[in-house]
Design a protein around this ligand. Structure first.
Ligand SMILES: [Zn+2]
Length: 287
């Protein structure tokens, strides 16, 4: 179920489905006093509540909260078997909220292509949005606020990722899609996201580096083309690899197949290629 590799003393774990990564996260957690931060690269936000699917009460068409509590209570992070049992009842988009609720992880950062707005939403944007909904027409009541913004507290941070950094098309359109995907681990994109996260919580990041111990986590569906995993400027990406405590990778092969067959982003993209290139970057970054 889990492949383990050591690359220049960096521990790397490879799984099939994203929620399986809870196992290496728990193993790390059990060897350390503090729950770590997890820094995730994922096409999706995977932010559903624990056991949404398992605890869905079909008869009454609602989420059975008692059943959720029972399942959460069964998990003892010191006992890997209880983690494995929970994995069999979780979907691949419910593991983040689960990991936060059982104190397996302290905070989560996600760089995602599903993120059209910052999570948490800034005070400035919320106020702007509210003034829109109060107005009875579509004329903006005042100019849209510009960064830097201020934010409420949160334990989950997902910066806005609507288009490539520096894209001047207005509005963004289909021509933006591939350039945006190809920028996914370029320093220009990562530096932009790290700056937003620093604005969200200034204690998290200093000079582009994370202050907390963190697990670096990849869902391979974050990569849509072969070029996307061959950045021109990997400086920030390598720095994220170097400072990570451990690295976890999930294949999510069905999604990669979908990028190739359904969407046709790159006919030559494959899980094997992405794994090979990602391990290559980890090797170079940690040498
Ligand atoms: Zn664009």
């Amino acid at each position: 179920m889990i492949q383990n590799k050591t690359i220049n003393s960096k521990e790397v774990f490879i799984t099939e489905k994203h929620h399986h990564n809870l196992i290496p996260w728990a193993q790390y957690r059990n060897n350390n006093n503090r729950a770590p931060l997890v820094f995730i690269f994922d096409h999706h936000m995977d932010n559903n509540e624990p056991f949404m699917s398992y605890a869905y009460d079909k008869e009454n068409m609602k989420h059975d909260k008692k059943k959720v509590q029972i399942e959460l209570k069964k998990i003892d992070i010191n006992k890997i078997d209880t983690i494995k049992d929970s994995i069999s009842k979780l979907k691949n988009d419910e593991y983040i909220q689960t990991a936060l609720k059982i104190n397996l992880v302290d905070k989560v950062i996600i760089i995602s292509y599903d993120s059209f707005n910052d999570t948490p939403r800034s005070f400035e944007e919320k106020k702007y949005q509210n003034s829109f909904s109060q107005a009875n027409n579509f004329i903006p009541p005042y100019p849209a606020p510009v960064r830097p913004f201020t934010y409420p507290d949160s334990n989950i941070y997902i910066p806005e990722n609507r288009c490539a950094v520096g894209c001047t098309r207005g509005p963004h359109n289909d021509d933006c899609v591939i350039p945006h995907y190809n920028q996914c681990i370029e320093s220009v994109l990562l530096d932009d996201k790290l700056k937003i996260i620093e604005d969200m919580n200034s204690t998290l990041i200093t000079n582009g580096k994370l202050n907390e111990k963190y697990i670096l986590d990849f869902d391979l569906d974050y990569f849509h083309t072969k070029q996307s995993i061959n950045p021109n400027d990997p400086k920030t990406f390598y720095s994220l690899i170097q400072d990570a405590e451990i690295i976890t990778i999930t294949k999510e092969e069905d999604w990669i197949k979908e990028w190739v067959k359904q969407y046709g982003y790159d006919p030559n993209l494959s899980v094997n290629y992405l794994i090979k290139r990602l391990l290559f970057h980890i090797d170079i970054a940690t040498k």
